[in-house]
Design a protein around this ligand. Structure first.
Ligand code: F3S
Length: 431
């Protein structure tokens, strides 16, 4: 195990000068860092995590005897302490990821009264200790935007790969414990993607079939994730900038298929003005080519559904941007959903507020669909009754829905998904 050098201030906190909970959190961070080979900690003022349990809506992970005591639950599930600690306000600016439900739609989401009560208690406790309830997997879409080079401690793989690669901030994918400990101490171990070495490219991916749509970017991300697993791909051959939605879907797919936490697109992303700079002398571990055949191969990973009658369409994984919400509203304008098909669109609450004002929400809901916030079909496990066959425009969601929710799942473009919601039939495919 590595030797870690602590500053005087870090030692003081570890010795209990700021109370038992911060000392416990510092101890957790130090042990975690040592196990990973870090020789020091680094300051962070940007933490995103799952608080009072990593998984929203999983009241089963909270022991019965402490369910009503949020400090005890936080101590156990976020700080790994059987002893109830007195939890002080967080030190770092800290944001909560997905919640168990949308408080405005919990009945539509078929959330139980008990889960609703727990969700409310958790939310109130978060506010009490200063955790900002963003309740989205895309904090970077709603103003939580680190600057280039900023050290962060974020959970949520799709968000980490975005801030590492598109913004040039620095974070590993944290867990519920390490994020909570970072929130209380303002420290995170200096290792992995915090270091310049950890960010260098390992695999060269030559792109011959340049992605043009969100679906294409998702397929490319998924294919690369399958091939490079948790390494750092460097893409060449893309000579025009993507956009935030494309990068969001690309990264989410790469992270869910293989655990990619950082990528470079030469000429596009901030640490890759040239291929040489993206690799910075790191030994090449593999070379890949992505052309039309590889795109077909990527699509074949998702070709497992057999029934074409679609019960449920989910859009907004990662949470939809305002542009995506507007697109869905435009596609639904003046239309009605099929009587036996539901369409739920998930977006951050802040974006929904603008969608409300713009009239997008009304258009979507007039068609019989729902615009929801704070939650996620797969992670919050909220979905309509009786779903057997689903459709989505997200490779990440198409990865999760069969695995977590056991739905046959079609993957297609947003247009194909909205068409399925209106006709009740899957008529999509790769064009
Ligand atoms: Fe977000 Fe859920 Fe997808 S948390 S990234 S919408 S699986």
């Amino acid at each position: 195990m590595a030797i870690m050098i602590l500053s005087d201030d870090e030692k003081r906190v570890l010795d209990g000068a700021e109370g038992e909970a911060r000392a416990h959190a510092m101890d957790l961070i130090v042990r975690y860092g040592k196990a990973l080979g870090a020789d020091r900690l680094v300051d962070t003022n940007s933490v995103c995590g799952g608080f009072v349990g990593a998984l929203p809506g999983r009241r089963d992970v909270i022991p019965e005897n402490i369910r009503g005591d949020m400090e005890a639950v936080y101590s156990l599930l976020n700080l790994d302490s059987d002893k109830k600690l007195s939890i002080p306000p967080v030190k770092a600016m800290t944001y909560r990821l997905i919640d168990a439900m949308d408080p405005d739609k919990w009945q539509v989401q078929r959330v139980s009264e008990q889960t609703r009560e727990i969700s409310q208690s958790v939310g109130e406790f978060c506010s009490q200790i200063g955790v900002n309830r963003c309740n989205t997997c895309t904090p970077y879409q709603v103003g939580v935007v680190p600057v280039f080079g900023e050290h962060c401690a974020w959970m949520e793989s799709s968000a980490v790969i975005y801030i590492n690669s598109v913004i040039g901030a620095r974070s590993n994918v944290e867990g519920a414990h390490s994020a909570a400990a970072a929130a209380l101490t303002g420290k995170t171990p200096y290792w992995g993607y915090h270091t310049p070495e950890g960010r260098r490219g390992t695999h060269h991916v030559r792109i011959e079939k340049v992605p043009e749509t969100m679906l294409d970017w998702g397929l490319l991300g998924y294919w690369i994730g399958e091939k490079v697993q948790d390494r750092v791909p460097v893409l060449t051959g893309i000579d025009h900038p993507g956009n935030p939605n494309f990068y969001k879907h690309f990264g989410a797919a790469a992270a869910s298929a293989g655990g990619v936490e950082m990528y470079h697109i030469v000429g596009q992303t901030p640490e890759a003005p040239t291929a040489e700079m993206a690799f910075s002398g790191r030994a090449l571990e593999g070379e890949l080519l992505y052309g039309p055949a590889q795109r077909e191969e990527a699509f074949s990973y998702f070709s497992t559904a057999t029934e074409t009658k679609v019960d449920f369409v989910k859009i907004g994984c990662p949470h939809a941007s305002l542009e995506q919400v507007r697109q869905v509203a435009t596609l639904l304008d003046g239309k009605k959903l099929h009587a036996e098909t539901d369409l739920w669109v998930f977006t951050p609450r802040q974006i929904k507020a603008i969608a409300d004002r713009q009239g997008y929400t009304e258009t979507i809901e007039n068609a019989g669909a729902h615009l929801m916030s704070d939650s996620c079909a797969a992670l919050s496990k909220v979905y309509p009754a009786g779903v057997r066959v689903a459709a989505t425009d997200s490779a990440k969601q198409a990865h999760y829905m069969p695995a977590i929710l056991k739905f046959q799942t079609w993957l297609g473009t947003t247009e194909q998904c909205v068409d399925a919601a209106i006709t009740g039939e899957w008529r999509g495919g790769l064009s």
